[in-house]
Design a protein around this ligand. Structure first.
Ligand SMILES: Nc1nc2c(ncn2[C@@H]2O[C@H](COP(=O)(O)OP(=O)(O)O)[C@@H](O)[C@H]2O)c(=O)[nH]1
Ligand SMILES: [Mg+2]
Length: 431
């Protein structure tokens, strides 16, 4: 099959998979809920914002996201490569607050309207994105995206940087000799490795005698599985009009040129897609594990409700022989139904995701106690008929309490869609 057709078939398969991923639900509002939903959203974002787009345009503009801790000089490096100010650089941290895309003028509409569309593109959309069109041979077939930092107090910045990484083809990581060891850098690289995408690292703003720091940085990169990714070490230097000297940036420029080098380009694109698909299947496995956990938590919550209802029914049944009047019977049942709510609430609070559910218990309708009392208590011996009715009533009430716990959506369709993607992926990579 020609590569283009195989790419189209894979994109179609991925579209269906994205829909199924988006249909996944994690109804248990426990400690892990946010993580589960975030992973689901990230998975669909990777499919839609990276894979489908790349497959639709295999030879299209390569997207390089430039990221680093605040003050590493990332914006300065981009400006220096361009020779003009593309992205605001400055001592106030953080300076880069929205992604700045530097691209060829002819690509401006593509980035203005067809990039990071997951943020929405309508007239009302508040899409954090700035596109700067500036002709330069470096951006002939690639675009540099200056990402907001991932370590300032602006948590939002970090999530934007992560979303950018998930949509990009390559990550150019720029760290300064002061910040390279910060935990934020390595957490960010964990995110990159989970996608995964190729990384080129630059150690910026070094000083005389920084050799050991550079070696340490290299060793850390290696430990993070990014052996050989250090492409440049740039000395801190006086800036001219806010720009670094041309020569110092040569290794960065060389790496950028290698990325779009026509020889082997298709293979590099395929390698990138292959790695991303590998990552995608790991995300799908994790989503499946998360769903199993949700199912198990739901089962435990329901079981607690049914067990409590059972226990309280037994208490009523035990007391029936001592009950004299209909009113006493009604009062007993009513009290014990209240105890079902109370004890279920207590049990739920101890279980993952039980807190939000416990709050719903008081809104649940009570059973029709009058009906049971009036049909049964007339029996002089108050025998088996009443016992059976009481048990059935508590069982029914226990079930309606348990029904407050929602089940996650079925995933058969997701599994089928994933199998189709796997097959179409193989065909594409072999094409
Ligand atoms: N002297 C000097 N200043 C630099 C250099 N690189 C960055 N800066 C300054 O450091 C500050 C932060 O740089 P910026 O590019 O905004 O860092 P970013 O947060 O990583 O984008 C700015 O005031 C820059 O002018 C350098 O190599 N030499
Ligand atoms: Mg910046």
């Amino acid at each position: 099959m020609p590569t283009k057709d195989a790419a189209r078939a894979l994109a179609v398969a991925l579209e269906s998979l994205a829909v199924e991923v988006e249909n996944l639900t994690y109804p248990i509002q426990g400690d892990s809920h946010t993580h589960r939903v975030a992973r689901r959203n990230r998975t669909s974002w990777i499919i839609r914002e990276h894979l489908i787009r790349r497959l639709a345009d295999l030879e299209g503009t390569v997207r390089v996201v430039v990221a680093g801790p605040t003050g590493s000089g990332a914006s300065t490096v981009i400006n220096s490569i361009a020779g003009v100010k593309i992205s605001e650089a400055g001592p106030l941290r953080p300076t880069t607050t929205v992604p700045v895309v530097w691209c060829e003028p002819r690509l401006e509409p593509e980035f203005a309207f067809n990039f990071l569309t997951g943020f929405g593109t309508g007239p009302e959309a508040t899409r954090p994105l700035r596109v700067v069109a500036h002709r330069h041979h470096v951006v002939e077939s690639l675009a540099l995206v200056d990402a907001p930092d991932f370590d300032s107090t602006e948590v939002e910045h970090r999530s934007i940087a992560e979303l950018l990484v998930d949509a990009a083809d390559y990550c150019l990581l720029i760290v300064s000799r002061h910040r390279y060891a910060d935990a934020a850098v390595w957490e960010f690289l964990d995110h990159v490795n989970e996608r995964p995408l190729k990384v080129a690292a630059v150690m910026n703003r070094t000083e005389q005698g920084d050799g050991p720091a550079v070696e340490d940085f290299e060793a850390r990169l290696k430990a993070a599985g990014l052996d050989g990714s250090l492409v440049a070490v740039i000395e801190e230097q006086p800036l001219t009009d806010g720009l670094v000297m041309e020569d110092a940036l040569e290794p960065v420029r060389a790496w950028l040129e290698a990325v779009v080098e026509p020889t082997g380009r298709q293979q590099r694109v395929k390698d990138g897609i292959s790695a991303t698909l590998g990552g995608l299947f790991k995300h799908l496995d994790a989503l499946d594990v998360a769903r199993s956990a949700d199912l198990a938590e739901g089962r435990a919550l329901r079981a607690a409700a049914e067990r409590v209802a059972d226990e309280r029914a037994a208490i009523v049944v035990e007391r029936i022989p001592t009950i004299q009047t209909r009113q006493d019977l009604a009062a007993l049942i009513e009290r014990e139904i209240g105890e079902v709510r109370r004890w279920t609430g207590a049990a739920w609070l101890g279980l993952d995701g039980g807190k939000a559910l416990a709050e719903q218990l008081s809104e649940l309708a009570s059973p029709d106690i009058e009906a049971i009392v009036s049909t049964n208590a007339a029996d002089s011996d108050q025998g088996d008929g009443l016992t059976g009715s009481v048990q059935a009533m508590f069982e029914q009430f226990g079930r309606s309490v348990a029904a407050l716990v929602e089940e996650p959506a079925e995933i058969d369709a997701l599994e089928r869609a994933a199998a189709v993607v796997m097959q179409a992926g193989r065909t594409f990579l072999d094409a």
